[in-house]
Write a protein that binds this ligand. Structure first.
Ligand SMILES: Nc1nc2c(c(=O)[nH]1)N[C@H]1C(S)=C(S)[C@@H](COP(=O)(O)O)O[C@H]1N2
Ligand SMILES: [Mo]
Length: 301
C-alpha cells in the first residue's frame, strides 16, 4: 500500500532538525507562533522529542484484547484481520454510514506527527505516527450542530482476540472525547508508524491518538465513531471510576489514587531506566490548555 505514503515524510528524512521543524510547523499551524519563548520551547528542552525505536514501539504494548502482558499484543495480534475494514460513522452527522478504510485513506492527507505518548501507568515513549486529523474525517461525515461528544469503539472479534475471554474490561473497548477535543488539530487517527502501516499490536488499521491525554484514551482498531449529545461511557471509567476519569489529561499535579503522576519511566532507556518529569498536558499545554479554561482539573481528572 505504498500509495498511502505519498504525502508523508519517511523516517530516513527525519533528522533531529527535521523533527524539530515538524513540531514547529504543527505549532505554527495552530497559530501559536514559534513557541520557542513559550512553554512549548521549554517543554522541548526538558523532554527531548527523540523517537523511540520501532522495536520498542511495537513490542511494549497495551492492547488487552490480546492479553494483559506488555509482550502479549506483539505475540498474539497477528490473528486480527484488518482488511477489508470499515468504520461506521453515525449519530449526529449529515452522512451516516459504513466508510471503507481504503476510501478514508484516499480522502485524507497523511502526515507524520512525532508525539510524546504517556501511559497512565507512568511510562512514556516518543512515537513518530503517520495519520490524519480526526477533524477532517468528522467534517467529511458532516457534524451536526447538536453534537457535543464523540464516542469510539474498538472491533470485537472473540475468535481473533484471545484476551476477550477474560472479563478484564467490559468489551468492546470504548472511549470518548468532547467534540472540541476531537476537532483539535493535535488529535489524529494514526494509520502508520515510521512510515509503515501501523502494526496490529498498535491498533491497525487505524487508532485514535490524543497526545495530551493518558494513553488509554487513544483507542485502537476503531470500527465505530458516533457523534452524541451526551458524554459517552468509556472503558476504564466503567471499570474503575475512582481511578480513571473521562478527561484523563496528563497532569503531574493530579496523582492516581495508587501512584504519583509527577514523573515517568522512559521506555527504551535500558537497565538503569531513566525517569523524567511529567509535563502538564504531556508538553502540549500551549496548544490545549485553553480547552479547559475555568475547569477544576482535579475534579475533572
Ligand atoms: N482497544 C484498545 N485500545 C487501547 C488499549 C486496549 O487495551 N484496547 N490500551 C490503551 C492503553 S492503556 C495504552 S497506554 C495505549 C497503548 O498504545 P501502544 O501499544 O500503541 O503504545 O493504547 C490504548 N488503547
Ligand atoms: Mo495505558
Amino acid at each position: 500500500m505504498a500509495h498511502r505514503w505519498t504525502n508523508t515524510l519517511n523516517h530516513q528524512d527525519i533528522t533531529p532538525e527535521a523533527a524539530f521543524l515538524n513540531r514547529r510547523q504543527v505549532m505554527a499551524g495552530l497559530g501559536v507562533g514559534l513557541g520557542l519563548a513559550g512553554l512549548g520551547g521549554v517543554a522541548q528542552a526538558q523532554n527531548a522529542l527523540e523517537p523511540n525505536s520501532y522495536e520498542d514501539i511495537t513490542s511494549y504494548n497495551n492492547y488487552y484484547e490480546f492479553g494483559t502482558g506488555k509482550d502479549d499484543p506483539a505475540r498474539n495480534a497477528h490473528t486480527l484481520t484488518t482488511s477489508p475494514w470499515t468504520v461506521q460513522i453515525d449519530g449526529l452527522v449529515d452522512q451516516p454510514g459504513e466508510y471503507a478504510f481504503a476510501d478514508i485513506m484516499d480522502a485524507m492527507t497523511i502526515e507524520e506527527r512525532i508525539y510524546r505518548f504517556r501511559c497512565v501507568e507512568a511510562w512514556s515513549m516518543v512515537i513518530p505516527w503517520n495519520g490524519f486529523e480526526l477533524a477532517d474525517l468528522l467534517n467529511m461525515a458532516g457534524v451536526q450542530s447538536g453534537a457535543k461528544y464523540v464516542a469510539f469503539e474498538t472491533v470485537l472479534r472473540p475468535d481473533e482476540m484471545p484476551g476477550v475471554r477474560f472479563p478484564v474490561l467490559d468489551w468492546p473497548y470504548v472511549e470518548g472525547l468532547r467534540l472540541d477535543e476531537a476537532m483539535h488539530p493535535l488529535t489524529i487517527m494514526a494509520t502508520g508508524i515510521y512510515g509503515k502501516d501501523i502494526p496490529n499490536q498498535n491498533g491497525a488499521p487505524l487508532r485514535l491518538v490524543v497526545p495530551w491525554k493518558y494513553g488509554f484514551k487513544s483507542i485502537k482498531s476503531v470500527v465505530r465513531i458516533t457523534l452524541t449529545e451526551d458524554e459517552p461511557p468509556t472503558s476504564w471509567n466503567k471499570a474503575n471510576a475512582r481511578e480513571y476519569g473521562f478527561y484523563s489529561n496528563v497532569n503531574p499535579e493530579v496523582s492516581h489514587p495508587r501512584w504519583s503522576q509527577s514523573s515517568e519511566r522512559v521506555i527504551g532507556s535500558g537497565l538503569f531506566a531513566k525517569r523524567q518529569p511529567t509535563l502538564m498536558f504531556n508538553g502540549y499545554e500551549d496548544e490545549v490548555a485553553s480547552l479547559y479554561e475555568g475547569m477544576d482539573l482535579k475534579a475533572n481528572f
